[in-house]
Every structure is written in structure tokens, then in C-alpha cells.
Design a binder for this molecule. Sequence first.
Ligand code: 16G
Length: 250
Amino acid sequence: MHSALADEYRRLCRDTAAHQPLAYLRLRRAIRNVIEHRAIEPGQTLPSERDLAQTLSLSRVTVRKAIAGLVEEGVLTQRHGAGTFVAERIIKPMSRLTSFTEDLRARGLDPRSEFFERDVGEVTPEESMALNLSPGVQVVRLHRVRYAGDEPLAIERTVVPASVLPDPMLVHDSLYEALETRGCRPRRALQRLRAVLLGARHARLLHVPPGSAGLNIERRAFLDDGRVVEFTTSWYRGDIYDFVAELQTD
Ligand code: 16G
């Protein structure tokens, strides 16, 4: 049994400030915390359901429920007969509107950005169509390479109406954190994803050979009142990311 996980679970049981009355949510938090602190690393196995249930005096149903939530979020993966692992590839559920920073932190990785461009200017005709803006209004543009520690994972070009975010310097690490602070975090998004071969420039920035597989993703994200808050074009590395969607019949 992984002692860091048992210790973390017991700590959360004692921690009245982080009071979490439901055992499966407490266990989910404990697993998440040990992954974030790299006490269990990507690719390593989680203790078995039976071990967890015995050591923590929980029912198997509770343990299963805690794990199922993290599998759904892509933090853990299960291989039939082999157990539950901390995901190595970054598995991104398409049904959740999360940010790069949140996705990486949830996996114990260290999100970082390098900015090429962070300025304000007049909207171009293409941007005004994507953002539903009238010609002549001001927009903020961010062009960044997104890293996990020293490893580049994606390139992103983002345009946000200046009426929502007046100053690009308000974005330090996370755009969504800056939008959240202003009460403008998007609630809904439309995303288009297509396979591409990365050209020489993108490949160089992402530290992969030219012609490597990539994912070109466009996201238009909306506020509750229907205003478009973000138009982002991203190039994600195809060798690291899995985008997963849950499908249901009508
Ligand atoms: C993700 C989004 C991107 C968004 C960014 C915000 C995809 C394909 N793209 O990378 O549209 O702008 O997160 O992340 O998921 P941040 O808050 O860390 O800046």
C-alpha cells in the first residue's frame, strides 16, 4: 500500500478546514493531491481497490467511485487485468471546459508559458467574424508556447475582446484565471479539432521533428450571455495528447 496516499487520506479526514463529509470525495482529493505532489508519478500504479479499501477501512464501492471520477477526468487510466495507473499521455476529456493550467496541475505537472506576443490592437476581419465584433474595436492578442516544466506541449494564439480583458499584462500564467478574476470565465465553447503535420517552425518550437503529427484545435468560448470571450487556435503535440469524448445515443 502506498503510504503517502494513506497518510494524505487520513490527513484530509482530520482536516476540518477542508471538511469533506463524503468518503469517496475525500479519497478522490487525496489521490489528486499525491499525484499533484508527484508522490505517485505518471505511469505508476495505484494500489488495488482491495488494498485501498482494507487500509483505509472503506467499502470497495466507495473506492471504485473515487477512482471512476478520476478516470473520467483523464487523470487515471485503467488497463484490464493490469490495474489503475496515473495517466502518462495527457488525456483530455472533450466534455469539460478546462484550461491548460488546470489540466496540467491536475496531473502533477508544472504549467508554464513563453509569450511571443502580448498586445492590444484593432480587430482584423477574420477575428471580427470569429468573435462577433464590429470592425474597429480593440482586441487583446496572446501568442504563447505552453510548457510542462521544460517540455513544450502546445502553441496557442488567442484573441480576446478588449472589452472583456483590457490589458494583456493581466494574463500571467493562465488566461482563464485572469478571466475568472474579472467575472468573465467562459461557460461554454465550440471546438474544432483536426489532424495536421507540424511545419518546420511549429516543430522547432515544440521540440519534435518537422512533419510530426499534431492537433490543430480552434476554440470559440462564450459567456453566459452569448458573447464570445475567446478565439484560440492551438497546435498540440500529437505524441502526448489524447482528446477523448463520451458519446451517447439519443
Ligand atoms: C486550453 C484551451 C485554450 C485556452 C487555454 C487557457 C484547448 C484545446 N485549448 O489550452 O483555448 O485558451 O486552455 O489556458 O484545450 P490557461 O488558462 O492556462 O491560459
